[in-house]
Design a protein. Structure first.
Lengths: 284, 381
């Protein structure tokens, strides 16, 4: 078309005009012992993540990041050796997509809403969001815990997985949108529905479509057609009750609320009815 | 021995899959006109959603002085003056041109192959059999003629008191190039940052796509493009801009302007509920949604999309029915925002009062002098 090589106009929106990390460290970070406060205003996500890494390498273990507006991958590049200190990171206020992607052992606390992809393929650690989260929360998560105070978006816990002692946990205080637990292969999801009215069903449809492992504990009601074809509903047994008890109490520790009151309501347990729901379709 | 020589490319092109487009829209429901700063800053905040291969703005309430005339923004590719001559002869024959000028640009901003951009304020000059054709239809037919028959000339927008500024570059560069912040005010601003994946990045293919005062900015991919396009051709809409979003602009014009359907219904045509969901509806709804799906099957937009559609008095955000692309709405007083990412809204409006995300297929309708946008709140998260 028009004889143009259309690639010609391409610029790299990630790596163009980055500020050097030394300069950023001297202008953006103020430290006090092992605590560091970082001003992220206007930084690109690579600059901020470079800066976080630099700050940690300089010895800080408690980070407070202020003026965050949509910077992505916060916490991702802090993959430190196992013997290193685990970090405590507070984010004010609005982190971008893939917060804590591949997170390895650190604790991230968000004082605001998170966007899509919180805890994407997270390995271990903790993410606590004092607000809501967007789509694909806990996508492919393989360990650690995520607590979301309010609602979550579409495809929460999609393809969450577990292996031996590594069992990821996601606790959502509100409700979820469609495809909760889609293709879920392991792990534990708690959906508390605290912001729903008495008798108001959860919002999600197609819950657990393609689910073939793990468990969803759901407080509140829902109609049967909201479930995907691959899940069955059971009452929780004693082990389930212990799980629920433990994580509801942790949720209340983070966000307040009366755990006994929450635990008083009926919980349902959603589990897959087949280990290979699509085995017949794709195997040949 | 011959050794193949490697030439380093001039620019670094990362060979990884990256993100999709960024959208942002802001409207003052009281109709107060404001500058472009919020729109520009917000889309800048989402810079990683674009690749610098397209950016654009649609502004409503743009030309109060000429608000009774159709404002044609026309670009001439390769600054083709011969095309301009042909177009102007055509315009003089079919319209009364009350005023025309080159759209002012900042020569210090260097963009990739900028065309010549001109604007014409026109009133229809009908003759013969066309005298009974309504004005809007008349203008559409002429715009379609210009777009499809005259080489190197493309009509970017053709609405009254509204206009589209777009091109190849990051949206903030386009804003600087057309000096949007200094020169213009409007009560709706929508903006798009493009990350073209399937179709070329060129000036005409940048968003917003527009017909009359309808504009569409779009993130995603319309995989039903072929079916939609054939259906629209039966209604005299011809797709010439090599990009899938064009069908959305024409579909909206067909359904809302020509057929007079309200957006709440149109949303359910473009992103209809699944048959399975229809099965569990009340009898009334079942009948309605079945009828819509049967009647308008070729206008079902398949594939992932989020769009912000705008025209006078209305700005609408809509996603596909299983929300494969993100959208967040926000409100503060009479300002209502729609955005791909929530953080971008907070970045330009620190004291935002409300932020919500509607389910797939559920439109957020922002109307002048109403609080209709809050209707989507109950179903949202």
């Amino acid at each position: 078309m028009n004889g143009f090589n259309v690639k010609f106009g391409f610029r790299d929106n990630f790596l163009d005009n980055l500020q050097p990390v030394d300069f950023l460290y001297h202008t953006r970070v103020s430290t006090n012992g092992c605590c560091a406060s970082i001003n992220a205003l206007g930084l690109k996500h690579k600059e901020l993540n470079d800066l976080l890494r630099e700050t940690v390498l300089q010895g800080s273990t408690e980070l407070v990041i202020n003026n965050v507006f949509g910077q992505r991958y916060i916490g991702t590049r802090l993959f430190l050796p196992p013997e290193a200190n685990k970090l405590h990171i507070e984010v004010n206020k609005f982190p971008g997509n893939d917060l804590g992607a591949f997170l390895n052992g650190h604790q991230i606390i968000v004082h605001g809403n998170a966007q899509d992809g919180v805890g994407n393929t997270m390995n271990s650690g903790e993410i606590i969001v004092h607000g809501r989260a967007g789509d694909v929360t806990a996508m492919s998560m393989r360990g650690g815990k995520i607590f979301i105070r309010d609602n979550v978006g579409y495809r929460t816990a999609i393809h969450m997985k577990e292996y031996r002692e590594k069992v990821p946990v996601l606790v959502v205080g509100g409700t979820a949108q469609d495809f909760l637990g889609e293709y879920m292969a392991g792990g534990i999801v708690l959906l508390l529905g605290l912001n729903l009215q008495q008798g108001e069903p959860h919002r999600a449809n197609y819950i657990g479509t393609g689910m073939h492992g793990g468990v969803i504990y759901l407080r509140g009601c829902l109609a049967e057609h909201q479930l995907g074809k691959e899940v069955g509903v059971l009452p929780p047994d004693d082990r389930d009750k212990a799980n629920i008890d433990r994580y509801v109490r942790e949720y209340c520790n983070h966000f307040g609320g009366n755990p006994d009151q929450i635990l008083n309501e009926r919980f349902q347990k959603l589990v897959p009815v087949s280990l290979r729901p699509y085995g017949q379709i794709y195997a040949y | 021995m011959l050794v193949q020589k490697y030439y380093e490319s001039e620019r670094f092109v990362p060979d990884k899959e990256m993100d999709a487009c960024g959208l942002f829209g802001v409207m003052h429901t009281g109709g107060v006109r404001f500058g472009g700063q919020m729109a520009i800053d917000a889309i800048k905040n989402m810079k990683v959603r674009g690749s610098g291969l397209g950016g654009g703005f649609a502004i409503y309430g743009l030309y109060p002085k000429y608000k009774d005339y159709y404002a044609l923004h026309i670009i001439y590719q390769n600054k083709n003056l011969a095309a301009k001559k042909v177009v102007e002869t055509f315009l003089k024959k079919h319209f009364y041109v009350v005023f025309d000028e080159e759209i002012p640009t900042n020569p210090d901003i260097r963009l990739f192959a900028p065309p010549l951009a001109w604007r014409y304020f026109v009133a229809p000059q009908k003759s013969g059999v066309e005298e009974d054709v309504p004005d809007d239809e008349y203008v559409i037919s002429k715009v379609m003629y210009l777009n499809s028959e005259i080489e190197d000339a493309y009509v970017f927008s053709s609405g009254k008191d509204a206009g589209v500024f777009k091109g190849v570059g990051f949206p903030e560069e386009i804003a600087d190039y057309f000096m949007l912040e200094q020169l213009y005010e409007g009560y709706i601003w929508t903006v798009h940052s493009r990350f073209p994946t399937n179709t070329p990045g060129w000036w005409g293919g940048a968003h917003p796509l527009s017909i009359l005062d309808w504009t569409v900015v779009h993130n995603g991919e319309i995989s039903s493009y072929g079916a939609n396009r054939r259906f629209l051709e039966m209604h005299n809409y011809y797709c010439t801009l090599h990009t899938d979003t064009e069908v959305l602009a024409y579909a909206v014009d067909l359904l809302m302007r020509r057929q007079g359907l309200p957006i709440e219904v149109v949303a359910k045509i473009l992103a209809p509920p699944m048959w399975e969901a229809i099965r569990y509806m009340s009898d009334n709804d079942k009948e309605l949604y079945t009828a819509l799906r049967m009647t308008y099957a070729p206008l079902l937009m398949n594939g992932p999309f989020t769009v912000i559609v705008a025209h006078h008095n209305e700005m609408i955000g809509l996603t596909d029915r299983i929300r494969l692309r993100p959208i967040t709405a926000g409100a503060k007083g009479e300002l209502v925002f729609l955005s791909s990412e929530e953080a971008a809204i907070h970045a330009v409006c620190p004291d935002l009062e409300l932020a919500w995300t509607p389910p797939g297929g559920e439109p957020v309708v922002v109307r002048l002098h109403t609080k209709d946008h809050l209707q989507s709140l109950n179903k949202s998260i």
